[in-house]
Design a protein around this ligand. Structure first.
Ligand SMILES: [Zn+2]
Length: 91
């Protein structure tokens, strides 16, 4: 009987903690993986340690992206040239 009571308490603790952790992770992911707009209409790679800046005025010559291509108009298979983060993670 003592065992059963203890296990129910553990279950209640899990029910309280797991949804909270899920929400926290969702918030962190949303913040981490959206490109930040910086000066000059440029975009900073969402990957924390990357530092690559996409400049729509210049495009990305390494992936045949012509100058004047907006971030949202980049090809679907475009990736960050420095860290490889997929295009969809920038938006
Ligand atoms: Zn990057």
């Amino acid at each position: 009987m003592d065992l059963r009571r203890r296990s129910r308490r553990a279950t209640l603790a899990l029910l309280g903690l797991v949804p909270f952790a899920g929400v926290a992770a969702g918030v962190a992911r949303a913040r981490d993986y959206t490109a930040r707009r910086i000066s000059g209409g440029r975009w900073l790679c969402p990957e924390d340690d990357c530092g690559y800046v996409y400049d729509p005025a210049k495009g990305d010559p390494t992936q045949n992206v012509p100058p004047g291509t907006a971030l949202e108009d980049l090809p679907e298979d475009w990736v960050c040239p420095w860290c490889g983060l997929p295009h969809e993670r920038w938006l």
